[in-house]
Design a protein around this ligand. Structure first.
Ligand code: IPM
Ligand code: MG
Length: 370
């Protein structure tokens, strides 16, 4: 049996306690002979800054480069509000994305039937929701140069960020979206702001050409990103796959997350290009939620997004489709059974902490295997 190497980067806040639940699932897989995982752990974010003065060390980056997959918790917190910009906790995550070439960020927004009432939208709008946001992750305004604050010398300063996309960057992310759509409901909606941005004009053209050239069997629609945000809260079930740039994807995926009831439910996968020789992709899996410093260390955090991120890892890095399906079914199952962490608690349900939720998911996974 192949041994898969996982690098665990818990980071800060609830990243630490939620990744612990993934470790228990990994242990369970190892003990039951389902798969063989070797794990290594390192620091990222504020935790790395406190120890090393940087948001991630070169040594940890080297481990990430060599791992079969990186499992990432969360970074940041008020403790590091005043650290220099270059070494702020988020810089660790951005370096991982950039240096590993993780250009494709898959953010599924699935509304579990048991949680349809936890959404701020009406049940009928969100029940059964299943959309996939494909966010470009290594380009655009996050990384474009110049990126600086300059002194104009007249008592004024100027803050500059640069939104920039080259053809190949748009082509490859569009390709990922079209491929995914073929495995789902075969529809892609591309979002940009071509009415005010040159990068939006190019985005629209390249997506259209890529579609015509290689994916004309998929249904393609274009939407301005602001209208897309509006449609996401008006009638979210109209979407199947949404493809968009780094910044719009950041915002739209938070909106989509709330449709599902809680930010604590959403997993994500960040993938690189397949290696020309081995076909393997570099990959990092992380929950969409942040470090939640207000509840960190109290055993209250919802581990579902973290565990669902591991399910995505099984699916996209190791082709363990049956196990991924079963882990996702186990999550849906414990929700059906009425277990809730505090963030998704509602009347008549049973409130549990992080570990009990993790235990219940493992137990459900086992019972589904039988
Ligand atoms: C996300 C986060 C990050 C981002 C932050 C932590 C840098 O909001 O993954 O959505 O803006 O990409
Ligand atoms: Mg975000």
């Amino acid at each position: 049996m192949t041994t898969y190497n996982l690098l665990l980067l818990p980071g800060d806040g609830i990243g630490v306690e939620t990744i612990a639940e993934v470790e228990r699932i990994v242990d369970f897989f190892n003990k039951s002979g389902t798969a063989k995982f070797a794990t290594d752990t390192d620091l990222v974010g504020g935790a790395a800054y406190d120890k090393h003065g940087v948001a991630i060390t070169d040594a940890a980056m080297a481990k990430a480069q060599n791992a079969d997959a990186v499992i990432f918790g969360a970074v940041g917190g008020p403790k590091w509000a005043d650290v220099p910009y270059a070494v702020r906790p988020e810089a660790g995550l951005l370096r991982l994305r950039k240096d590993l070439g993780l250009f494709a960020n898959l953010r599924p927004a699935i509304c579990y039937p048991a949680l349809a009432d936890a959404s701020s939208l009406k049940r009928e709008l969100v029940e059964g929701l299943d959309i996939m946001i494909v966010r470009e992750l290594t380009g655009g305004v996050y990384f474009g140069e110049p990126k600086e604050i300059i002194d104009l010398g007249n008592g004024q300063k100027r803050g500059i960020d640069t939104q920039v996309y080259d053809t190949y960057e748009i082509e490859r992310i569009a390709g990922v979206a079209f491929e995914l759509a073929r495995t789902r409901n075969n529809r892609v909606c591309s979002m940009e702001k071509r009415n005010v941005m040159k990068s939006g004009v190019l985005w629209n053209q390249v997506v259209t050409e890529t579609h015509k050239r290689a994916y004309s069997d998929v249904q393609l629609e274009h939407m301005l990103a602001d209208a897309g945000g509006m449609q996401l809260v008006r009638w979210p079930k109209q979407f199947d796959v949404i493809v968009t740039d780094n910044l719009f994807g950041d915002m739209l995926s938070d909106v989509a997350a709330m449709l599902t009831g809680s930010l604590g439910m959403l997993p994500s996968a960040s993938l690189g290009a397949p290696d020309a020789k081995t076909g393997k992709r570099k990959a990092l899996y992380e929950p969409v939620h942040g470090s939640a410093p207000d509840i960190a260390g109290k055993g209250l955090a919802n581990p579902i997004a973290m565990i669902a991120s591991f399910a995505m890892c099984l699916r996209y890095s190791f082709n363990m489709t049956a196990e991924a399906d079963r882990l996702e079914a186990a999550i849906a199952g414990v929700l059906e059974d009425g277990l809730r962490t505090r963030d998704i608690m509602s009347e008549g349900k049973t409130e549990v902490g992080t570990t009990r939720m993790g235990d219940a998911i493992v137990a459900k996974f086992l019972s589904l295997a039988a």
